[in-house]
Write a protein that binds this ligand. Structure first.
Ligand SMILES: NC(=O)c1ccc[n+]([C@@H]2O[C@H](COP(=O)([O-])OP(=O)(O)OC[C@H]3O[C@@H](n4cnc5c(N)ncnc54)[C@H](O)[C@@H]3O)[C@@H](O)[C@H]2O)c1
Length: 349
């Protein structure tokens, strides 16, 4: 079955969806949908076979499914219109800007029988799958913590803070790697740029069941681009560095052991172990392409996407709790999953 896919919002990120969907054989028609004629013309120049429309409403007769790559504050309205018209929807992160809207999208999609997928690119990243396998198999030993840094200069967004923009990825990575959703979060941040919300922030997620904490640092105001997740276990450590395309994942046979206490006359002895560093082989394919292919497969078969609407809602719920904690200077806030029991779908291949 061939599909007609409309990309709503063809700016920086939506234009990448236009490229990816234009190259998939199951797609018979791509429709460039953007309110700005200059954007339609610029993207359309590279994809002359694509149709162009100025709004989703104008495009409804031309499409079976949409990708929503408009600014976050518009995601709910655009997606709800598409789902109500019976169209499948892949919605960029964050899927919505509050849990009520996210839950409404999940319920609407269920009621209408269409696929709702979340644009959690890292849920389709083979390096993240490998890290999840290392952590969940116990290869690293008992996991002490999982930390992430996502720093860069810009791109500032007017409608959300840096956690909703950047840490959304790390929440998705962490839930994939741990196979769990945090129960409590704390967040701290600062506003260094007039007119914008927090541009530098730290999010701490508590996974009580796993006895693990994960800390994310997110910044639009940093001189060095960093996209790194570090997992530290009792036996080994691993670093996923998305900027290092030759060695996205490295495993360090590195650690320390302690002996001490009363039997040692109160002395503490620390022994350090510094063994080999390995770079596991990863069959890396462009995550956006895997995400698009998974979405189309689910539209065809009715299967559930690896990052479905509930995964999108889980990330929104964590970020909503982070807003409340930010306002209370880091007070721990429980993650409210809006009464839904969410099982994270493990993306380990
Ligand atoms: N998954 C990822 O790795 C990733 C990376 C970057 C951005 N994103 C997400 O993609 C989305 C878009 O980000 P961006 O950086 O491309 O933004 P952008 O500002 O570059 O592009 C947004 C486009 O949407 C258009 N638009 C806005 N409202 C519209 C409407 N109602 N109908 C039609 N067109 C409309 C604008 O004209 C603009 O061209 C955001 O949700 C962002 O978080 C995801």
């Amino acid at each position: 079955m061939s599909m007609r896919v409309g990309i709503v919002g063809c700016g920086y990120w939506g234009s990448k969806h236009v490229r990816v969907f234009s190259n998939l054989p199951e797609v018979s028609q791509v429709v460039i949908i953007d309110g700005r004629p200059d954007i339609r013309a610029a993207v359309g120049a590279d994809f002359p076979d694509a149709l162009q429309r100025g709004s989703l409403t104008e495009a409804l007769d031309d499409i079976d499914a949409i990708v929503v790559a408009t600014p976050p504050e518009t995601h709910f309205d655009v997606t709800a219109e598409a789902i109500t018209a019976g169209k499948h929807a892949l919605v960029e992160k964050p899927m919505a800007t509050n849990t009520t809207d996210g839950l409404e999208l999940v319920r609407l999609a269920e009621a209408t029988g269409v696929v709702l997928a979340a644009g959690h690119t890292f849920a389709y990243n083979a390096a993240v799958w490998k890290l999840a396998e290392l952590v969940q198999s116990g290869e690293l030993g008992k996991l002490h913590f999982l930390d992430a840094d996502r720093l860069n200069l810009g791109l500032y967004r007017p409608d959300v803070n840096v956690l909703w923009d950047l840490a959304a990825h790390d929440v998705s990575i962490t839930t994939t790697v741990l196979g769990a959703i945090p129960d409590t979060v704390s967040a701290w941040g600062a506003r260094h740029s007039a007119g914008f919300a927090e541009d530098v922030a730290t999010l701490r997620m508590r996974f009580s069941h796993q006895e693990v904490e994960s800390t994310v640092r997110a910044s639009w105001l940093d001189p060095v681009k960093v996209r790194r997740t570090t997992a530290v276990g009792s036996q080994k450590m691993a670093v996923y560095d998305d900027v290092d395309i030759d060695a996205r994942l490295r495993v360090f046979e590195m650690g320390r052991s302690m002996r001490g206490g009363p039997g040692f006359g109160g002395r503490l002895e620390v022994t350090y172990h510094n063994g080999e560093t390995s770079v596991p082989a990863i069959d890396f394919q462009e995550p956006l392409q895997l995400e698009a292919a998974d979405f189309l497969r689910c539209c065809r078969t009715g299967a559930t996407p690896m990052a479905d609407g509930k995964a999108g809602l889980a990330v929104v719920a964590v970020l909503e709790a982070s807003d409340r904690s930010l306002a209370e200077n880091g007070m721990p806030v429980p993650v409210d999953l809006a009464g839904l029991h969410l099982e994270p779908r493990l993306a380990v291949a």
